[in-house]
Write a protein of this length. Structure first.
Length: 207
């Protein structure tokens, strides 16, 4: 990743730095943390002020956010978009979109009621572990709400995977293999990798 060594002014010792402080992704990371954490930030009332937060993995580690971004479709010119506009900044609730796509996503979010439970289509995508936009696309093709949700998957946090004779949930697999949880979620839910590929591919080298 191109870590560089920078001398600490107080101790005189060298410390490893990621060297990405002036990159666009670093600015994105700083911006989302500021609007969620800093009450003096310009847009805090629309984010942290209404309970939106940054997951601890991203909030405390830029490299974790950087790796997730690189493995989940980040390109120059794209902006980070929360699938559920009322949800937090965390791997399974974020994606990269053009400014136009992001604006359209906020305006056109169908409300779906199933078995007495009402959620936006994006919330149902998240709840059932479907690719973002799946429920909306199915309904646009004329499918009824129950049909649109038929091909659902268990929620990411409770989904169990059996691989090489072992059965664990996604968080447990991430810890077992030394892969970031957000990376594993991105591979399985966003990029639709097979279980074998998702679990056998090493993470980006952080050093």
């Amino acid at each position: 990743m191109g870590l560089e060594k920078v001398r600490d002014k107080e101790t005189g010792r060298f410390a490893k730095k990621h060297g990405k402080r002036y990159s666009n992704l670093y600015k994105v990371w700083e911006g989302l943390r500021r609007r969620c954490n800093d009450p003096n930030a310009l847009y805090y009332k629309n984010y942290g002020g209404r309970g939106i937060s940054v997951c601890s993995e991203w909030n405390n580690d830029f490299l974790s956010f950087y790796n997730w971004a690189k493995e989940n479709g980040y390109k120059e010119g794209l902006t980070i978009d929360r699938i559920d506009n009322n949800g937090n900044y965390e791997p399974f609730n974020c994606r990269w979109a053009t400014p136009k796509e992001q604006a359209n996503n906020r305006r056109n979010t169908p409300i779906v009621t199933l078995n007495g439970v009402t959620k936006t289509s994006r919330e149902w995508d998240q709840y059932f572990g479907l690719r973002a936009g799946t429920v909306n696309q199915r309904m646009c093709r004329g499918m009824a709400a129950d049909k649109a949700l038929q091909s659902r998957m268990p929620n990411h946090k409770t989904r169990f995977i059996t691989y090489k004779g072992m059965t664990m949930n996604i968080k447990q697999w991430a810890d077992h293999l030394g892969i970031k949880y957000c990376t594993l979620i991105g591979r399985l839910a966003t990029r639709k990798w097979t279980v074998e590929r998702a679990l056998s591919t090493p993470s980006i080298n952080r050093g």
